[in-house]
Design a binder for this molecule. Structure first.
Ligand code: SF4
Length: 426
């Protein structure tokens, strides 16, 4: 979500004749687009802003701005405005379109400009994005979240759920297809509840069916899904819709019903397993990945073992695993029985030991098979090697000419590791 917001910021700035540079000393404007989901990311931002004090001293024309989820948190705003007075512009997640006005205001007055919308957030349909790749793109389909998982800051920083009108989404995707985009990733905090705020009856599955009809789009991905809202209608699309990638990322967070209740996830381990059974029976080759939180407050050894059991039962292809990190302002932050970091780290290692063999097992099934790969870029370590992704999201390296970047090509897999595949172009 933040990456795509940065692409939008870049588009707005290009409209103001800014050019990008990788060299901070050359910049007239430096913007930090921040994320509030994890504490460590927040701490890094403070460190990086602090380092800019020197640049500001050397170049008094330099404008420093901070935006994103962090700025929607009152305590962060307090810290930035009192301890980092060299920051000139502060704006929230919903005011990217106002950036030209905010820069002008600062340039006119020389005073810190703060613009954070708290309520009645409208969706601005006029803003486009300077996309990193022409052949694959993110497309926002909704903003905000109504779920209030007890560990999560997002509903407080991005506001309540709002779905974009399907016509606007489809129009955006058609334009992308016309300029060569082959793969789109639909973005939302909980895409499975897409449509609930629309006045008509139109679901996430309806949206995917309409996107499927757009010529030029070859792959449809989405993130992120909440298990409590996934519909049979969506699951059934995995049976015969070629464009829908064979990949479902379905965050489970824990295998313990007690933890799931404390997290306010509103499903049980049994509900989750039922969904997985349905998905696998419809598409046995699908890659299923997840998110898992380790050391949520009160997590006992027994709770954690239930997570390990669930991982074995599902056989996740891979997982984003997070050591629980306190987010002030969320209910979990004040829960008693916070788990010791040493215990979290030890559980993390045990989880990795259980998870990794499944990833390798999934990849081994691709050995000697020919798979379609969307070629993304030249490998960072070897300019003769290209890398791209399979339908199931696996990273593949193979030797070929860089003119193939952006194309869908056939690659025969001849070597597999836990996280990557290697092959030859056929
Ligand atoms: S559904 Fe996702 S974004 Fe919404 S509160 Fe839960 S974890 Fe946060």
């Amino acid at each position: 979500m933040n990456e795509h917001d940065s692409e939008k910021i870049s588009w707005v700035l290009e409209g103001m004749n800014y050019e990008s540079t990788d060299i901070s000393e050359e910049a007239d404007l430096i913007i930090f687009n921040t994320c509030a989901v994890r504490k460590t990311a927040e701490e890094k931002v403070y460190g990086q802003i602090g380092e800019l004090k020197r640049l500001k001293r050397e170049n008094s024309n330099l404008v420093i701005a901070i935006c994103g989820c962090m700025m929607q948190r009152e305590e962060v705003l307090e810290i930035v405005t009192t301890k980092h007075r060299h920051v000139d512009i502060i704006f929230g997640t919903n005011n990217i379109h106002k950036l030209p006005q905010l820069i002008n205001n600062y340039e006119k007055t020389g005073k810190t400009v703060i613009d954070i919308v708290e309520e009645n957030r409208e969706i601005d349909e006029n803003i486009e994005a300077n996309r990193k790749y022409s052949f694959k793109s993110y497309v926002n389909i909704m903003y905000g979240c109504n779920n209030f998982c007890t560990y999560c800051i997002v509903p407080y920083t991005r506001g309540r759920e709002r779905s974009r009108e399907p016509e606007n989404i489809l129009e955006e995707i058609k334009k992308l297809a016309e300029t060569g985009c082959k793969e789109i990733t639909l973005l939302g905090q909980n895409v499975n509840s897409y449509g609930k705020t629309l006045e008509r009856d139109y679901s996430f599955a309806d949206l995917i069916k309409d996107i499927d009809k757009i010529d030029g789009i070859e792959r449809i991905r989405f993130m992120t899904s909440h298990p409590k809202d996934i519909s049979d209608e969506l699951i059934n699309l995995y049976a015969n819709m070629d464009k829908l990638c064979d990949h479902l990322h379905l965050p489970v967070q824990s295998g313990s019903n007690r933890m799931l209740k404390l997290m306010n996830r509103k499903y049980t381990k049994e509900d989750y397993l039922k969904i997985i059974d349905k998905v696998k029976s419809i598409n046995p080759n699908i890659s299923i990945t997840t998110d898992i939180i380790i050391g949520f407050p009160g997590e006992t050894e027994e709770d954690f073992n239930e997570t390990l059991e669930l991982v074995k039962e599902v056989g996740f292809d891979s997982a984003y695993t997070f050591l629980y990190s306190i987010r002030e302002g969320t209910p979990a932050a004040s829960m008693e029985e916070q788990v010791d970091n040493k215990v979290k780290n030890e559980r993390f290692q045990r989880l990795m030991d259980v998870l990794h063999p499944f990833g390798l097992e999934f990849n081994e099934k691709l050995l000697n098979k020919t798979v379609k790969v969307l070629v993304e870029e030249v490998s960072k370590n070897n300019e003769k090697i290209l890398s791209g992704r399979t339908d199931s999201g696996k990273l593949v390296h193979f030797e070929a000419d860089e003119s193939l970047i952006g194309e869908l090509v056939d690659v025969k897999i001849n070597s597999v590791k836990t996280f990557t595949l290697e092959g030859v172009l056929v």
